[in-house]
Design a protein around this ligand. Structure first.
Ligand code: KIV
Ligand code: ZN
Length: 511
């Protein structure tokens, strides 16, 4: 790759997935990875293989199924982590082992309890071990921006001598400002990369002060040729660099950034939507590039200007990022042909059985609602095309009652392996009562609700809502999601899905 090409390193499935309340299954991670390959990211960090059996499985499946990007796994500078990263990655066409080790005084003293000499030694040994498996090794000095720069640079220099080909400078706690960060990067470029063409300098910024994208872009002028980030900026605390913002800044301001990106920008919106849907993290309405208002004009003056010439108030064309202009609207009189035509205009292909399920659901919702737009159609289809194993528990019907001075109660009929049974539950509200009823069908007493979000898919009194539920069982979390015009019913569907996932993991043999 020429040095004028900016490498886009996506860590949605590793650092992004570390955000609180996100609990992606390996199937969901594989689906996101395929979409990231369509977006044509250069490197796809699929997970941290040694961190859990679920992560190991996801990294291995992505390594064997997804073609296009280099597939990476994170690993601490420990022999076991590096060996597991290799085991998970080995089926990939091209793979990278990403070794990290903290270099800041606070991390070394309080977290690692290691001396600087031990940190240096472990980093070098970690990189050497990874090099035995691949010649594509990345090294990150964690908390670089709060480290003694001389020490951090020395660790990176020795990591390069040990065989690291990418040196990634993380602003782990989002502490740096653009000017400081650029200055630090200049030193790394001069003292670590020097004139070595085989070494790439990379940056990885967190958004605690809202500066992640600014810091990442400023590093380009100091020679950085790889930027790490996550779709929608998801990740620990305030999140990571929003990778879609970096891509579009480079594309839109070619006069400023003298680097190129190889991504297919028309896949940005779809990728953002899929990540939001599967993680349950809504995209803020005014989020740059992917927010629903990013290309909307409210004031009359703006609308008038855009009608005359789009460029009056738009610096990018919505079509360039895959945000569509022309809206599709169906209603209760739309038939199979109209439904099929709408799907084909939205670029969605379904197998016969999926189509039938989605159409039946569409009719059921269309009966309760006047108009069904594109966002709602997508939500219905995503809901109906999720894999449904035979042994799963299905919600057949739900009746709730409550009101002033009456304890809310729910009566829920569930079907398991063909037989139906009704359960009664009481709670603080109707959602709580239905969860209490549903829980009785599963033998998982310790399941606790840890996150519950309701996000409108569209506006208006008859709006459809997306309901996300996360439960915790032991140290694992499981997410469920549903879209519905009725929040209580949708919540019940989402809760059943999360409980089904927990039940499946419980009955699966351990690795
Ligand atoms: O933020 C960070 O420091 C990281 C490293 C592991 C690269 O995510
Ligand atoms: Zn990070």
């Amino acid at each position: 790759m020429s040095t004028d090409r900016l490498i886009i390193f996506d860590t949605t499935l590793r650092d992004g997935e570390q955000a609180p309340g996100i609990a992606l299954t390996p199937d969901e991670k594989v689906a996101i990875a395929h979409q990231l390959a369509k977006l044509r990211v250069d490197v796809l960090e699929a997970g941290f293989a040694a961190s859990s059996p679920g992560d190991f499985e996801a990294v291995s499946r992505i390594a064997s199924d997804v073609r296009g990007p280099v597939i990476a796994s994170l690993a601490r500078a420990h022999p076991d982590d590096i060996d597991q990263a290799y085991e998970a990655l080995k089926a990939a066409d091209r793979f990278r082992i990403h070794v990290f080790m903290s270099t800041s005084p606070i991390h070394m003293e309080k977290m690692l309890r290691m001396t600087p000499e031990e940190v240096l030694k472990a980093s070098v040994e970690g990189v050497r071990r990874a090099r035995k498996y691949t010649d594509d090794v990345e090294f990150s000095p964690q908390d670089a921006t709060r480290s003694d720069p001389d020490f951090m640079i020395e660790v990176c220099r020795q990591a390069v001598e040990a065989g690291a080909t990418t040196i990634n400078i993380p602003d782990t706690v989002g502490y740096a400002t653009p000017a400081e960060f650029t200055e630090l990067l200049r030193r790394v470029y001069a003292e670590v990369k020097g004139d070595r063409d085989d070494v790439i300098v990379s940056v990885h910024c967190h958004d605690d002060l809202g500066l992640a994208v600014a810091n990442s872009l400023s590093a380009i002028s100091a020679g950085a040729r790889q930027i790490e980030g996550a779709i929608n900026g998801i990740g620990e605390r305030a999140g990571n660099t929003s990778i879609e913002e970096v891509i579009m800044a480079i594309k839109t301001r070619q006069d400023v950034f003298e680097v190129e990106v190889g991504c297919d920008t028309t896949q940005i919106y779809e990728t953002s939507r899929l990540v939001s849907q599967l993680t349950g993290y809504p995209v803020q309405y005014n989020k740059a590039i992917v927010g629903r208002n990013a290309f909307a004009h409210e004031s009359g003056i703006h609308q008038h200007g855009v009608l005359r010439a789009r460029e009056t108030y738009e610096i990018m064309d919505a079509a360039m990022v895959g945000q569509q202009g022309g809206q599709i609207v169906l209603g209760k009189h739309s038939g199979r042909a109209g439904f099929a035509d709408a799907l084909s205009r939205m670029g969605i292909e379904l197998e016969d059985e999926e189509f039938n399920r989605a159409f039946a659901r569409f009719k059921e919702i269309a009966d309760r609602k006047v108009e069904i737009g594109e966002a709602e159609l997508r939500a219905i289809i995503e809901d109906e095309t999720q894999p449904r194993p035979d042994d799963m528990v299905e919600l057949v019907s739900l009746h709730v009652s409550g009101g002033n001075d009456v304890t809310p109660t729910a009566s829920v009929t569930l079907r398991t392996n063909g037989s139906e049974r009704t359960y009664e539950g009481k709670g603080d509200g109707m959602v709580h009562a239905s969860f209490a009823a549903i829980k009785q069908a599963f033998d998982i007493d310790e399941a606790r609700l840890v996150d519950y979000r309701v996000v409108p898919v569209t506006s208006g009194a008859d709006a459809m809502a997306e309901i996300n539920v996360v439960i915790r069982v032991g140290d694992q979390t499981f997410a469920g999601r549903a879209v519905n015009t009725d929040v209580v019913e949708g919540s019940a569907f989402a809760f059943v899905e999360a409980m089904n996932k927990a039940a499946r993991v419980r009955s699966a043999p351990t690795r």
